[in-house]
Design a protein around this ligand. Structure first.
Ligand code: NAD
Length: 336
């Protein structure tokens, strides 16, 4: 681990409250580090540290490809059944405050709006969901994904989204917003959610077909938009996929690198998750850096980046997620 290139790693305990958190800053060479707070039940503190490092490094690359003048950071809270949650988030808030702006944080897996208020009690360097902050970050995420899907549709030979058949998996924060905006653009939707009532209600509202969760990957469509969990494309699902493209908000859509290579070999266009789901980062980071919500075009630029990645991937005959990582490393290197 010591050979790896991190600016700062801090491991802190609040012994009285009985909680522990880790902050990793990968890089602040291009600007402050951005990255949310993950609360997770790790098998060991070593696993928590490894996750913080991995996620912080990934954020540097996500910033670089999104054109955000900043780097990667991450905070991790070691969860357990009787964790004093308020105290744990306040501990993170104090650590962030001590960094005096080198790190700006926000939501991630396990962190909700109430948790962020506890962080905000200790520091101003946090994206608050209310009117005092950048607002609801799922909205820019959905806008970025829509722009990415438009870029994909163009490469499938469509002028716009009218008549393009999109299968949306997961109608949560991002998927519900995406489905509504795709419907407004004239896409033909197929929807699913584990919550069948929710899926049925959206089906009625958007005049869309609804299928069972297990049927969505094998649905015949132009674009499969995973907006639920990671690892959706695996050994079991890949052979059943009948979409011409995969483009959604879910993190780590591919179960492994091999699955990406196989999609590419089959001619399925794949918009890499860390490119297409950067709307929240772009909006949140620019809000912090510029003191106001950025113009929506900054988020919609994701469409151009997705297009560039897909075009270069085809030209250079490498899977898009491999090409996107190369591009991000080049850009991160250029920012040094
Ligand atoms: P969410 O928890 O609000 O929504 C997820 C939805 O998916 C829920 O409605 C859930 O019932 C449904 N779901 C779960 N498993 C399913 C399955 N097997 N089949 C069908 N539906 C299923 O989450 P979200 O904030 O909308 O995020 C969705 C994905 O996008 C996640 O992978 C997240 O990491 C990623 N993401 C979110 C943001 C953001 O701004 N919220 C930003 C970047 C990436």
């Amino acid at each position: 681990m010591l050979n790896r290139d991190f600016e700062l790693v801090e491991i802190a305990k609040d012994a009285d409250a009985g909680c522990m958190a880790i902050i990793a800053l990968h890089s602040t060479r291009s600007g402050p580090a951005f990255g949310g707070i993950r609360r997770w039940r790790y098998p060991s503190s070593e696993d928590a540290l490894a996750d913080a490092l991995r996620l912080a490094e990934a954020m540097t690359l996500k910033c670089a490809i999104a054109g955000v003048p900043g780097g990667g950071g991450k905070a991790v809270i070691l969860d357990r059944p009787d964790l004093p949650r308020d105290a744990a988030y306040r501990l993170v808030g104090r650590l962030v405050e001590n960094l005096r702006g080198r790190y700006y944080t926000g939501p991630d897996v396990g962190t909700d709006a109430a948790d962020l208020e506890h962080v905000a009690a200790e520091t101003a360097y946090v994206a608050r969901p209310g009117p005092e902050g950048p607002g609801d970050l799922a909205e820019p995420t959905a806008i970025g994904v829509q722009a990415g899907i438009e870029a994909v549709a163009l490469r499938l030979g469509h002028q716009d989204l009218r008549g393009v058949r999109v299968a949306v998996q997961g109608l949560g924060q991002v998927g519900s917003r995406l489905a509504r905006s795709l419907a407004r653009s004239g896409a033909r939707l197929v929807l699913t959610d584990l919550d069948q009532d929710r899926a049925a209600a959206f089906g009625r509202e958007l005049d869309a077909e609804v299928v069972a969760p297990a049927a969505i990957v094998a649905t015949e469509c132009d674009v499969f938009a995973p907006c639920a969990l990671g690892g959706v494309i695996d050994d079991e699902t890949l052979p059943t996929l009948r979409a011409k493209a995969v483009a959604g908000s879910a993190n780590n859509v591919l179960a492994s690198e091999r699955h990406g290579a196989e999609l590419f070999a089959r001619g399925v266009l794949h918009a890499p998750d860390f490119v297409i789901s950067a709307g929240a980062l772009i909006h949140g980071a620019l809000y912090h850096l510029e003191g106001a919500a950025p113009p929506i075009e900054r988020v919609r630029h994701i469409g151009q980046t997705v297009g560039e990645v897909l075009d270069r991937a085809i030209e250079e005959r490498v899977p898009p997620e491999v090409l996107a990582l190369q591009l991000a490393r080049e850009r991160a290197g250029a920012g040094r």
